[in-house]
Design a protein around this ligand. Structure first.
Ligand code: HEC
Ligand code: HEC
Length: 300
């Protein structure tokens, strides 16, 4: 979809959750094309494959080595700078403010935009609402990527990702303070279908449907009016697509997301609420969420 087509798509989105679901895929494919056009030939490829260059057969390896010989610095910090410039800056911008040259191809007037690292506000954390993420949170995000919005960078290897974590933190003074402590999360019990019926009641009691809708399709009565902290329209997650969950879709992942919330968005943190609930109730809720999935191979 070209940017000029997007206004139509946005109007239709109000009536069609399925179209809304598809939009970011087209954004990503345009982006893939833009990245190819924008990034110096071979450089992004090198960044993505350098860590595994040893495993690659000759042609790819030659490209990687050629680029590496010309451009790649050996000092770890400079190396991180180089990877940031080639793999991250196209979306997040060289100043980390989320205005990279490829950012335009992600629907410009609705959330999410590429993160503005200078704000220090993060969705995907193990830490309490309103606090900075810890290094492990940023590491997990960069390695896993963000479904539909950001590629996974696990192939870079742990050392390069750790250096990128420092690079990203360097954009915000929020990380100068001592890091907050991750919230202690209980071990997930065995989740079974029997828990889901009680979970439907928890979903109702906690008011999830106001935003996510009675069937979890992201179309509750409050959904259309929601804005993120930048003032952009933001849609509640469609719970029928757990593989799109940005913080992961295992029971433990969902528990963490519910407890810590997604800062910068209307998705609240439920730490205080859960503290007052019987301990099995959040797990019942998570069992219920699993039944909303329409993905293949998941619960009915
Ligand atoms: C294709 C564009 C794109 C590229 C390339 C990209 N990102 Fe992102 N990134 C995004 C978008 C879009 C978001 C916001 C997603 C959201 O808020 O749901 C994001 C969010 C993030 C976040 C914030 C997650 C949170 O908890 O809120 C981090 C950290 C991040 N990116 C790091 C990186 C790093 C490091 C690189 C390079 C190795 C990179 N990104 C490359 C598009 C990109
Ligand atoms: C005020 C509106 C609102 C309420 C109430 C709300 N959510 Fe959300 N929720 C959102 C929004 C908006 C997002 C998408 C945030 C994003 O992707 O940036 C979201 C995202 C999610 C996600 C996806 C997380 C991920 O990793 O991507 C899950 C799961 C979820 N909500 C479950 C719930 C449950 C369960 C409840 C009730 C206990 C609830 N939400 C209450 C607005 C809400």
């Amino acid at each position: 979809m070209s940017p000029s087509e997007q206004p139509t798509a946005r109007i239709q989105q109000h009536g069609s959750t399925s179209l809304r679901g598809r939009t970011p895929f087209s954004a990503i494919s345009i982006l893939a094309a833009s990245l190819v056009a924008l990034v110096p030939p071979g450089a992004l490829f090198t960044a993505l494959t350098a860590a595994r260059a040893e495993d690659h057969p000759a042609p790819e390896r030659r490209v990687a080595e050629d680029t590496a010989n010309q451009a790649e610095p050996t000092d770890p910090q400079q190396q991180a700078e180089h990877i940031y410039a080639t793999a991250c800056a196209p979306c997040h911008g060289s100043k980390g403010d989320g205005t990279g040259p490829a950012a335009f191809s992600i629907a410009p007037h609705i959330a999410p935009r590429p993160r503005d690292f200078t704000k220090g506000t993060y969705k995907l954390r193990s830490t309490p609402s309103g606090t900075a993420p810890v290094d492990a949170d940023l590491h997990r995000t960069i390695a896993r990527g963000i479904p539909r919005y950001m590629p996974a960078f696990a192939a870079l290897g742990d050392d390069a990702i750790a250096a990128l974590v420092e690079r990203v933190k360097g954009f915000s003074a929020k990380f100068a303070a001592p890091p907050p402590t991750s919230v202690r999360l209980p071990e997930p019990p065995a989740i079974d279908a029997g828990m889901a019926a009680s979970g439907a009641r928890v979903y109702e009691e906690l008011g999830c449907a106001a935003c996510h809708g009675p069937q979890g399709r992201g179309n509750g009565p409050a959904a259309a009016a929601l804005r993120d902290t930048a003032g952009l329209p933001i849609w509640p997650a469609d719970l029928a697509h757990p593989s799109w969950f940005k913080g992961g879709s295992s029971p433990a992942d969902i528990y963490r997301t519910l407890v810590t919330g997604m800062d910068g968005t209307p998705m609240p943190g439920y730490a205080d609420v859960f503290a007052d609930l019987a301990p099995e109730k959040p797990w019942q809720l998570i069992a219920y969420i699993a039944t909303l999935s329409r993905e293949r191979g998941s619960a009915p």
